[in-house]
Design a protein around this ligand. Structure first.
Ligand code: CO
Length: 155
């Protein structure tokens, strides 16, 4: 188990665009494993590589309680379909202690690759759709605070 250090809001790296992954190698595999460990340690739902200081197109998601208990890894993800809108609260491991209300699609379909370079299609609704959109935004230097209609400090 290897934890990566979380990068917090205010760090420039969170505002940069990532580079697509070209080498599906052992290094990528290690990054993904470490990201899952880090996600679990901080009880997060999703984590994007820039949040651990790596400008690569990689996200991991684990929505646990929503009937999707498995770890999902997405390399070079791209949203290919969206449907509906939901205005709801979300948070971010890079902005601890706060939540924001953001409009996200109700359902999304994402095309990506797994660590072996195999193409995968992932579909998500509700919290999973929200997590997918939130994490993919991170790959483009976008934080939820850019989109939130309301931001509040958690109790
Ligand atoms: Co985030």
């Amino acid at each position: 188990m290897a934890l990566r250090k979380i990068v917090y809001e205010g760090d420039d790296i969170l505002r940069k665009n990532v580079k697509p992954v070209k080498d599906f190698d052992e290094r990528l595999s290690m990054l993904i494993d470490d990201m899952f460990d880090t996600l679990k340690e901080y009880n997060g739902v999703g984590l994007a590589a820039p949040q651990v200081g790596i400008l690569k197109s990689v996200i991991v998601i684990n929505t646990g309680d929503e009937g999707n208990p498995d770890n999902i890894e997405l390399v070079n993800p791209e949203i290919i379909e969206t449907e509906g809108e939901v205005d709801d609260w979300e948070g971010c491991l890079s902005i601890p202690g706060f939540s924001g209300k953001v409009v996200r699609p109700r359902r999304v379909k994402v095309r990506a690759f797994n660590r072996h370079g195999e193409e995968i299609i992932v579909e998500g609704e509700s919290i999973k759709a929200r997590a997918l959109c939130h994490e993919i935004d991170h790959l483009h230097g976008i934080l939820y605070t850019d989109k939130a209609s309301e931001i509040t400090e958690n109790e």
